[in-house]
Design a protein. Structure first.
Length: 295
């Protein structure tokens, strides 16, 4: 029952995306422009039937994925594995999770930094819609389509040294540190760099977004993240940034980059803490670009 509810929740989220004005878009590794939420079709990665062992000969496909990720350093990606509907919900969920982790572990061994990659198993929850020319498509063929691996763009990350920004882009601020809800003592001076960047880009409006990991209560984490985001905004305003260009938003634990099952699957305490750190983050999100229109 629990896995059925999880599957229904995933279907709801996908449906919400589909009707939000920002539908999930399937692209390929050859595309040049990506936005958060894009789904990328990847080269066929075949597993042994009912197993999490990759079939022989998959290295070339994995190397192609590795090369793409090392080239597109602005993308934070999720490896997602899907099964068909044969077998039980629980079995398919576990199988998809094991397969996604195998791909993730292999890509790390091939040199992809863990700071840019997550994995997730979706089980049978998200079958592909039948193609428009699906007349005569057998159930076996449709099942084969549903057994797939995809990359999802979780974030498009920019640097303050970049020159082109679009609404929805994210600039990670790993050097912004806190003591509880307050900025660390030396951070006010460190934020001058951020202030200068915002002043140089008068065409942009921003959201200062604060995120926590899952530890602590929902209410505590939401309050903590909001206070942290507001503390950054207050310093920027005191340094001369026009207040209407900034929004402080605390998301608490609601938008993790790495979900809990992936963290708990890590082998060591240090690895788990590194993954929790990916979720504890301060980001500068572009809300609008006057030269391009509002997001």
């Amino acid at each position: 029952m629990r896995n059925t509810l999880i599957a229904l929740a995933l279907l709801f989220l996908l449906a919400k995306d589909a009707f939000s004005g920002q539908p999930l878009t399937r692209k390929t590794l050859r595309d040049s422009v990506f936005v958060s939420g894009d789904i990328l079709r990847v080269p066929q990665l075949a597993f042994e039937n009912g197993e999490s062992t990759l079939q022989t000969g998959m290295r070339d496909s994995l190397v192609l994925l590795r090369d793409f990720m090392l080239q597109r350093t602005e993308l934070f990606l999720e490896v997602g594995c899907h099964t068909d509907a044969s077998g039980g919900d629980s079995l398919n969920m576990r199988l998809s999770e094991k397969r996604a982790k195998v791909i993730y572990d292999t890509l790390l061994r091939l040199g992809v930094p863990y700071q840019r990659l997550a994995w997730r198993g979706y089980g049978e929850c998200c079958p592909l819609p039948a193609p428009k020319n699906a007349k005569g498509l057998s159930s076996a063929q449709q099942s084969a389509r549903n057994r797939r691996t995809e990359l999802k763009v979780l974030e498009v990350r920019r640097s303050m040294s970049d020159s082109v920004f679009a609404a929805g882009d994210v600039i990670l601020l790993p050097w912004v540190l806190f003591h509880d809800s307050r900025l660390s003592p030396n951070m006010k001076d460190s934020l001058q760099r951020l202030c200068d960047f915002i002043q140089q880009h008068q065409e942009l409006t921003f959201e200062v977004a604060s995120h926590t990991d899952i530890r602590g209560s929902d209410r505590f984490n939401e309050k903590l993240s909001q206070m942290r985001a507001q503390s950054v905004v207050d310093v920027l305003i005191n340094k001369g940034i026009y207040a209407p260009r900034l929004v402080a938003k605390g998301y608490g634990e609601t938008k993790p980059l790495v979900y809990e099952k992936m963290i708990q699957a890590a082998f060591t305490k240090m690895e788990k803490e590194d993954l929790y750190q990916l979720n504890r983050r301060i980001e500068l999100k572009i809300l609008s670009n006057a030269k391009q229109g509002r997001h």
